[in-house]
Ligand binder design. Structure first.
Ligand code: SF4
Ligand code: FES
Length: 373
């Protein structure tokens, strides 16, 4: 089919190559029910996905999971992405990567690595990851990435257990040789909702972490780029989630379902097409789930008549559904939402709880060993 004139081509594709992962971060945005290895797309199916992605204008392929290194065919997939002209970014915990494997990925055409860290202190980092020794291993992986000549971004998720060390995580990223660090306050999807009470920082903690990171921008100007995603539960306006629903990016799950965002399956009633049955072009332009919240026609008040509706697109559809039961409502993070008191109540609850309270995470269950390569 030809591209409808009013729908732009996608620029990015997030490929969840597998849900398998050796870590068990309590804020993991993967669904509570993880896809099994037996149901994953095989190499040929992924290769078809990336070919079709390049054909409809996708520029960036983000290889993610779970832990993408759990796939034995990762190097083959990277080589194919490079051959069809995709800028290829590996989003990894680092666990399961060896120096030889990173070198092979670089030789295959990998363009960039995003390495997650859980904290700036080993004991806390390993506790958050639910994996003894993860912190030390990540130091080695960062060094191997730099040695392979690949640009490195360090990703850190901020929450109650590590908010005091937000600045130290920026410093750690600099020490690891990263060119960019992404400091993102926790978003509450998937396991993040399950663990919200343990993860939500107090407002004072969040404010202090934000101020500390912002102050480091000047200190490290020209040394490292700091991308800072602030916590939306304490914001006045919501984020433009995904840059707008089905506007810029698409996600493919391990079993081939194509989603407008990683949490879209939490919204009941949406019909998601699968790459096993449809071309990516058909999914992007014609599938019911992608067209459900495109543009602004679906909006209700207060978004419908709001001057910001083309700026934040009413916020996040998944958060709107999770907090109000209505996916077409304004994201309740917005101070204009009639449901804003729900967000305020959750944030206030965090303020009442002592930040020092014992943190008991519910870890995601399907931990799987990463194959030794
Ligand atoms: Fe955004 Fe809707 Fe709030 Fe306006 S009313 S700022 S469009 S969420
Ligand atoms: Fe689904 Fe925001 S995560 S629209």
């Amino acid at each position: 089919m030809n591209a409808p004139v009013n729908i732009p081509n996608p620029v990015g594709l997030l490929a969840e190559l597998t849900h398998r992962c050796p870590l068990a971060c309590p804020y993991c945005s993967n669904p509570l029910e993880l896809d099994s290895r037996a149901d994953e797309l095989d190499t040929a199916a992924w290769i078809k996905v990336f070919t079709e992605a390049a054909e409809i204008g996708v520029l960036h392929a983000h290889l993610s999971g779970g832990e993408p290194a759990a796939r034995r065919d990762l190097t083959e997939i990277v080589a194919h992405c490079a051959s069809v002209g995709l800028y290829t970014n590996l989003i990894t915990s680092g666990i399961g990567l060896t120096q030889e494997r990173i070198k092979a990925l670089a030789d295959a055409g990998l363009d960039h690595v995003q390495l997650s860290i859980q904290d700036a202190e080993a004991k806390s980092a390993d506790h958050i990851a639910g994996y003894e020794g993860a912190f030390a291993r990540k130091q080695s992986v960062a060094a191997w990435v730099i040695a392979a000549g690949l640009p490195l971004t360090v990703n850190a998720v901020i929450h109650r257990a590590n908010a005091e060390r937000a600045g130290q995580m920026v410093k750690l990223a600099v020490a690891l040789g990263a060119r960019r660090v992404e400091i993102a306050h926790t978003q509450y999807y998937g396991w993040g909702i399950v663990n919200r009470a343990a993860l939500m920082p107090t407002k004072a903690q969040a404010d202090a972490a934000i101020a500390e990171v912002e102050a480091l921008r000047e200190v490290y100007a020209g040394v490292i780029v700091i991308d800072h995603v602030i916590p939306d539960y304490h914001a006045r306006h919501p984020k433009a989630c995904m840059g707008g629903w089905a506007k810029r990016t698409l996600n493919v799950t391990p079993t081939g379902k194509v989603l407008p965002c990683h949490a879209a399956e939490t919204i009941p009633g949406l019909e998601f097409w699968n790459v096993r049955d449809h071309s990516l072009r058909d999914v992007w332009f014609a599938s019911p789930a992608f067209n459900a919240f495109r543009g602004t026609e679906w909006m209700k008040e207060p978004c419908r008549s709001c001057p910001r509706k083309e700026i934040d697109f009413g916020g996040c559809r998944c958060q709107a559904f999770a907090l109000t039961g209505d996916a077409s409502a304004a994201d309740p993070v917005c101070h204009l939402s009639p449901d804003h008191d729900k967000v305020a109540a959750i944030a206030a609850h965090a303020n009442e709880e002592e930040a020092a309270a014992e943190i008991a995470y519910v870890y995601r269950g399907a931990k799987a060993p990463v194959p030794a390569e």
